[in-house]
Design a protein around this ligand. Structure first.
Ligand code: ADP
Ligand code: MG
Length: 232
């Protein structure tokens, strides 16, 4: 996949993706036919009301849950053609996730939280630690490597979560309201960090947010409403 992620073309491509939940009388249609491309180095905001399907669409893009119809390509590879082990490898190596809540492992230090996903992906400890230190430097937390999540502020926790998401050098970054738990000032700082990293590293990023000020600072905004994607 790392070879493919260097190929030309969009990193994320959705074509007429559909997804609903349930069956019969309790069936709800959530995504009615989503088509979208996100290129390398492009930071796309996804805005829409609560319950409009932002998280559902991010989970589909992240190969965490299947679409019911349509095509999903990650770095040119058709998700439907991947075996389960290939999907797992793509999730680990090609896609980074940041959530509203940091989901760091509470009993481990900031450094270990960035080392562990690399070791799960097969990286040796010595290399993983060097990479984790480099990332902590990039997110401005070199002085916090031994701190556990509970010893960090909300903004610092989210910076560690961003560093962790980048640990395996993904091509695609998916974020679900990454600043939603932060005060406005901290949200602005964390957003600026995210934007700098996306552009410096040439990531494709799709970021769900309720924060219209931050959405306006991204490269492009897509809206999601009544199951349809649109342009803001
Ligand atoms: P958003 O992130 O925009 O708030 P979600 O993607 O979380 O929206 O949810 C969209 C709709 O899909 C909501 O009506 C939600 O209740 C429904 N939904 C999401 N996940 C499931 C699920 N696993 N089972 C049933 N309904 C779900
Ligand atoms: Mg959501």
């Amino acid at each position: 996949m790392s070879d493919a992620s260097r190929a030309s073309g969009p990193i994320l491509r959705l074509q007429d993706v559909k997804r609903g939940f349930g069956a019969g009388a309790t069936r709800i249609e959530v995504i009615l036919g989503a088509s979208l491309e996100v290129a390398r180095g492009e930071m796309v905001a996804m805005i829409g009301p609560s319950g409009s399907g932002k998280s559902t669409l991010l989970h589909i893009c992240g190969l965490l849950e299947p679409a019911e119809a349509g095509r999903i390509e990650i770095a040119g590879h058709d998700a439907a053609a991947m075996s389960e082990s290939e999907r797992t490898a793509v999730r680990r190596m090609t896609i980074g996730f940041v959530y509203q809540y940091h989901h760091l492992l509470p009993e481990f230090s900031a450094l270990e939280n960035i080392v562990i996903p690399q070791m799960i992906a097969g990286t040796r400890r010595r290399v993983a630690e060097a990479r984790a230190r480099e990332l902590l430097g990039q997110v401005g937390l070199s002085q916090r490597e031994r701190h556990r999540p509970a010893e960090l502020s909300g903004g610092e926790q989210q910076r560690v979560a961003i560093a962790r998401a980048l640990a395996n050098k993904p091509a695609l970054l998916l974020a679900d309201e990454p600043t939603g738990n932060l005060d406005p000032h901290t949200a602005g700082d964390v957003f600026a960090l995210l934007a700098r990293l996306v552009h410096e590293l040439g990531l494709a990023a799709l970021i769900a947010t309720h924060n219209l000020d931050l959405a306006a600072r991204m490269d492009r905004i897509i809206t999601i409403r009544d199951g349809e994607l649109g342009r803001a």
